[in-house]
Ligand binder design. Sequence first.
Ligand code: 5GP
Length: 212
Amino acid sequence: MKAHCQYPGNLFVVAAPSGTGKSSLVKALMELDAGVQPSISHTTRAPRGQEREGREYHFVDAPTFDAMVAAGEFLEWAVVHGNRYGTSRQAVLDRLEQGQDVILEIDYQGALQVREIFSGAILIFILPPSWSELRSRLERRGEDDAPTIETRLQNARHEMTHVAKFDFVIINKLFESALFDLKTIVHAQRLRYGACNNERQAIMDALGLVHP
Ligand code: 5GP
């Protein structure tokens, strides 16, 4: 695998405890910015509700997932809430190679693994504004019973102990303001000298600048 800055695309990794609004923020960002693409993860969990194969996830059984791990097909993988989830290495690298920015919406363990192998990945952690707000969001969602909500809150406490290892923190108090923060991070990354953005590289070449 090449060093991160040899890919023209940027890799963003967003992690957050459940109920923080991570999926809605990432979805809204992608609707506004076609240059940011998702990666469809593989999971051993069963599809929920309206979920479709290949849209939210690739749903696979445990032996298939094991075989993919053994073949080194995952950039990262982790056990989350008792199920396994993994990011396809090839799908991500192909997009970065084509100059697309990729956004991974994964758990903190996966995010930290990505950082190990892809030092230039931008790690973003989304926090709720308070414990009481996180609890009421989980309750309002109506997806979980009371004991599951308690488990999610306990997991959130553990997940949040890793926040300092991330590059950026967004507090999702007001959705529009958190979305602005996320767009700003993406924009700032594209402006970095080392981001190796194709277009800017061509301009810098034309200006006769020498790249280190
Ligand atoms: P859910 O089953 O609710 O869709 O997702 C559960 C958790 O797994 C979420 O925190 C989600 O971000 C995380 N997740 C989804 N895909 C991946 C992945 O490919 N790798 C890792 N490490 N976590 C993932």
